[in-house]
Ligand binder design. Sequence first.
Ligand SMILES: Cc1cc2nc3c(=O)[nH]c(=O)nc-3n(C[C@H](O)[C@H](O)[C@H](O)COP(=O)(O)O)c2cc1C
Length: 481
Amino acid sequence: MMIDYSNKVCLAPMVRSGELPMRLFALKNNCDLVWTPEYIDKKIITTKRIENKELGTIDYITRSSNNTTDVVVFRKHPLETGKLIFQMGSSDPSIAVDAALHVIQDVDGIDLNCGCPKHFSIHSKMGAELLKDPELLCSILINLVEKVGKPNNKPISAKIRLLPNFEKTKGLIEKILSTGISNLTIHCRTPIMRNRQDPIWNYLPKLIPMIQDLGVNLILNGNFQSRDDLKSVQEALKNFKLSIMIAEAVEANPSILSSTPKVQKFNVAEIAELGMKYLHFSGAKFMILNMIPGKSKWYQELSRLKNWDDMMKKIDEMINDNDTNDKINFIMNKNNQKVNLLNVEEFKKLMRQRGELMKLFNDKWDEEKMLDDLNDALPENNKEQQKQKQKGKKNKKNKKANQNGNQKEEEKIKTEDQSANSHQAEAISKQVKAEKSSKEAVTDTEHTVVDNENDSTTKKHNPLDTITNENEPNRKKVKVN
Ligand SMILES: Cc1cc2nc3c(=O)[nH]c(=O)nc-3n(C[C@H](O)[C@H](O)[C@H](O)COP(=O)(O)O)c2cc1C
């Protein structure tokens, strides 16, 4: 049966974080649809499809670079059937078709990534670069619709970002809608915006009817934080077909996809079980560490471990630990990359407050002002701070590496530094934000509404002020997209 994209909570495509254990965990928590991480078309066509009888999965495998082992590129579990969207990166209509045909029997829809602003995507004209070349973008979609979607009775969709000008955004979307796709996901940030900036809803009241009147479903993405946000956003925008897609909040705590979110230690235990079964150690460890608050003693404890035996023993110890004050016993909530640690009641309250704030959007929407160009630049006063912080961090790391004389550490730094160039803004901004908020946030049990940076853009464009309770120190994380 064709997938119905409407009124759904969706797991966003996430390179590294959206592998099978995360998708299964998301589904277990009532997530309605799950996206795979982006797979590059050229890579996927080189894989071989096998049935993995031991795990009951379908694996798309390739040989390792030294040609000694098989490596799983994409793994699908039967529990995903009917709910799995395969996301692809492409800049070539015919390779896109070949790649989609290669996997179509095992997935329920094909999605084209037209929003990734990272260098590895845009230098080969993929991702957000496609937004600059609507002809190419649409030609890929038309080919997918005609040669993959229709013959296999499976939907084709696209995930885009906003452009900073209303007429340009509208024109682009009109073209995309004419390709015959079934769903459009809008990440409500422009290509230059970072995930720590508030998404911008200004154009939505005009775009939503335009999209839905043509029978195309719309999924909104950008800083959603729980299943409760689905109803809140539907009420705020007075549209009950809308769906939402969540990335970073799920990466931190997949149980927010259900109506009964759990504290971190249970998420960690669960993702470890799934990871041990379906993924390699380093990939699973990455997911596990993403779910541990940096302030918890367990972050250090688990980050040291190098094999599953030690990992599972330590997680057992963590589950049975009586120290209820450790941050692992809280729900980790991500709000524009800022981390809050809450108990269940506090989390529910926060989501209700978000709902109330979202509702203000429609009342305040004013066509005269809201269709102006978007001010999507990073707040000016943060740029210099970011540079300084990054310099400081680099020095600290280099010093540590020298002290240890540890080659591994140096290699790690090198990789981190390479990625730090492209992720500089994100990484440092987290820190800037955390520091600023730790001064501002009221840390008693009552939550308080604080400004989301000195960001006039945010204030002007979005009804959602930041609600916070406690802030985490920044922890290094390699973001892939
Ligand atoms: C670790 C990570 C990996 C991502 N990988 C992809 C990807 O493969 N394809 C894609 O379209 N977007 C990717 N994104 C972007 C997310 O899908 C999403 O659009 C973005 O994070 C905004 O949603 P959020 O505010 O809920 O985090 C990634 C984001 C993260 C954090």
